[in-house]
Design a binder for this molecule. Sequence first.
Ligand SMILES: Cc1cc2nc3c(=O)[nH]c(=O)nc-3n(C[C@H](O)[C@H](O)[C@H](O)COP(=O)(O)OP(=O)(O)OC[C@H]3O[C@@H](n4cnc5c(N)ncnc54)[C@H](O)[C@@H]3O)c2cc1C
Length: 556
Amino acid sequence: MGPDPQTGAPPLPVLIVGGGPVGLTLGALLARHGIASHIIEADEAYCQGSRAICISRRSQEVLAWVGADRPLNAKGLPWTGGRSYFRNQEVLHFRMPTEPTERFAPMVNIQQYFVEEYAHQAQDRFPGKCSVSWSTRAVATRPTADGVEVDVEAAGGHRETLRAQWVVACDGARSAVRDHLGLSLEGTQYEGRYVIVDIEQESSRAVERLAWFDPPSNPGSTVLMHRQPDNVWRVDYQIRDGEDPAEAVRPELVLPRVQSHLDMIGETAPWKPLWISAYGAKCLSLRSYRHGRVLFAGDAAHLVPIFGVRGLNSGLDDVGNLAWKLALVIGAASGDDLLDTYSTERLYATEENIAYAAKSTEFMAPPNFAFELMRQATLRLASIDPHVRSLINPRQSSQCSYPAATLGVGLPGGDRNASLRPGDPAPEARVQTADERTHLTQHFGGGFTALYFSDNGPVSESIALPASPAAQDVSTLITVRIARTGRADATTVVDVMGEAWQRYGADEGALFLIRPDGYVLACWDQPDWQALSSVLRRILTGQGLPHLRLPAGGDS
Ligand SMILES: Cc1cc2nc3c(=O)[nH]c(=O)nc-3n(C[C@H](O)[C@H](O)[C@H](O)COP(=O)(O)OP(=O)(O)OC[C@H]3O[C@@H](n4cnc5c(N)ncnc54)[C@H](O)[C@@H]3O)c2cc1C
């Protein structure tokens, strides 16, 4: 797309529509990669009210790529497990996999507006690369032959047309861009509805996920509780069958139900309600997240039920996947079919998210009598049979592996007879560098990383990569030798706990190529630096990218 014929202004490299958590994080990630973007946000400030509170370990990793993990973890409340009760008997006490020295807790509770604030502030670390226009909404989107035009309307009615090489629609569940392109979400909408109440009350209770099924405080209902910073509690409860959702949020109905529950669990401090809203679970997605030069991320692309906390968390995973690919394409280091892999991979993740979230939803709010009976039986049996307990616990959001039909297809290591293959998330491990005890994942988030498992092998000759001045940080390769013993230095870290070799299933000489978003791209049992270089060149020049199979109906 050339300069504007009237003003002579060049098009924006990226226009992000929607400055929620996903859009603001994408702006920061692109800025880190040296790519300029502009965000338009319909509201005048960060979101208000009851939205996401549980931020996964993977989301903390993505936010860490731009330094937003520090304020998040300073403010947020980490947790590792939870309890479920049937009536007033505890039937499950679960813990998510974690270790005391892990870089991030499996989950942190924090109000969504703080996530937005920290992602926005992270943009300041890359001056001149990202700007936000608040109170500005997209009113029309027109793809052109080589770019996209978006008509925007600011507060006061001022209208203008923005021109961009790429548009990323992060404009949420009711995405206007989706409508402008005539697209719609497809899937399932559940009947059961929940009232979501945030209250302020001091408490010394541990931070964990608490669920009650058919509690004496609210017979027949399901009640969930989560602590948040600043003495805020999230209380969710299921509306009874036949109850009108519009009526159910009236304070005179809500407050006694909350009071009854607080009485039941012995929380006696004074409290006040902050927000009350109603929520209905949906499992919906677009068929493709790429439509020419318009890409979709977060709630604009897919909606999953809140049970298992996959909404915001999967949105951050979307932009973690998209940012480096878009940076390479804009930096002209890659062909734009790299962006098709964004859609394919994240559609796969949505399918998995929907499968888990649907299971959780059906347990939390049984859609029919058969599910209700199954739930009753599970809850009754859980107190006596530990094998049944896992059925009660909704699997929380976790990073998925990408299957063969993605960027890793045909790349070395796909036939590897080991647990770790191309398309899998690169495992975490604690390692010793020359200066500090740190985590392997701290190397990810910028360019590509070669992990070379060897006690004494020479670290590679330098690998010449195609230069991409516009996206320098993504088109680089850093090489880290991981030794079992010996001294760490500038290129060697020591696997002090033995975790890295074990988790990567590595023998002497194994070589792993890790993508900027922390996924395994290719692996070799022996250090074939030539092959590694040619795989990278293939990605960075867009040559020979494996044929991508898009789901039926995808029209990218
Ligand atoms: C009660 C509740 C609890 C939840 N709990 C969790 C949880 O614990 N963990 C989790 O992962 N997820 C949770 N979610 C889901 C999470 O809130 C969403 O997935 C998340 O907000 C999606 O972020 P987003 O940036 O894609 O969209 P949004 O947050 O909706 O942001 C979209 C932005 O686009 C703006 N916009 C809309 N139209 C336009 C336009 N035409 N032009 C410009 N801007 C526009 C909007 O003003 C908005 O700021 C919860 C949701 C609810 C309702």
